[in-house]
Design a protein around this ligand. Sequence first.
Ligand code: ARG
Length: 435
Amino acid sequence: MSSASKHNAVLYNQAKIFLTDMDNDPRFHMGAKRRNQRLQEIELEIDQRGTYTHTDAELKFGVQWAWRNSNRCIGRHMWRTLQVRDCRNIQDREGVIQALHDHLTSAWQGGSIHSVISVFPPRQPGQSLRPDPVRLANHQLLRYAGFEQEDGQVVGDPHSTEFTARMLEKGWGPQRRSAYTPLPWSIWIHDEETAPADHFAAHPSLFPEIRITHPEYPGIDALGLRWYAIPVISEMALVIGGITYPCAPFNGWYMGTEIANRNFCDAGRYNLLKPIAIAMDLDTSSDRTLWKDQALTAINQAVLHSFDAANVRIGDHHELGAQFERFCEIEESSGRRLNGDWSWLTPPTSGSVSPQFHREFNNEVEEHTNFFYQRSPSEDVAARQSPPADNPVRSDDPFHLEHRHETPRCPYGFDQLSKVLPIKRRTSNGARGHN
Ligand code: ARG
């Protein structure tokens, strides 16, 4: 079999599994006859073009199914509410900026936040030298810069230092360099990096932020903390029925711990645990006073309180943990498989009071329809422009994406094997990563 026909066979098979999943959803039910018809169409198109084009309904179901299959997400019970914006024919910088503008407008809704995904053109399967039409280099659409000083100190978010340096080098001139400076967008069109788009400078209302205060600790208010309202992951690839969409920014709304524990208190991020404890006047002389735990609880309260007071949607880990548990039960009793990644589903605070802590999850990755990590556009373009002779730019497998979800097993717990396996150390952006 030639490599093209091998690709085609794999792609067709992925499309087939996808259509079966879609058919099983009562909202998209088509029945055997229509499904077979559609499969014939797909087969023909793959034969002729090496790819196939999703119908509007397939795109709509596909983005939702990809969310449902995201093992690390605790908010998946909401998967049927994801709204898709079809941007498959947008291939120019201005068009992308307008589409992202519209995405944020429809996601924000005055603070009630809707889950939205914008889907830009797909990649042509099996043609690893062909540029992607559109890529975003940003980790999220809204994110704070991290300005590295000469002494190595960082003003802002240390997670963003590399990206920030690149934006400055490419001509970004921020009006200020504070701890909370919104980053511009880095839009890549057909492998060309276009100039940083500082859209928020002209449209600050697209970057809604919440000032963080605590109902009982004025010391915390005085720290002047803030965070943005909408998390929009923009670096991951969406795969539907074997077709890769390398640019498909999507958002839900925050769970408080993401901001309070991780963004504010991770040592590799804003690293605020000690300043918060001091602002609360806690005794930090010994770890055994549990000042860290108290400070974490307080900053979680502050984040939830502040979003609530501003009428901006946010989940807490108790609520989301209970909803996810209910979702697991419903899927189980209906005989539908639900995979999960324990180390991400268990909240970073008060683990054992969440139902996820007491469950075992199957962390197998559903490959045909999901979200995946991928190489950054600059790495991807560099690899394409000087491909190592014996090493294809993208794997021979059209669905292989670099840096896909690792599937680490839960190191603590349930099965016998884990007792004899060495426990892997988590680096600061290790198993749980930054998403
Ligand atoms: N953890 C990331 C952050 O703190 C956001 C990841 C997506 N989160 C979400 N609730 N949809 O910015």
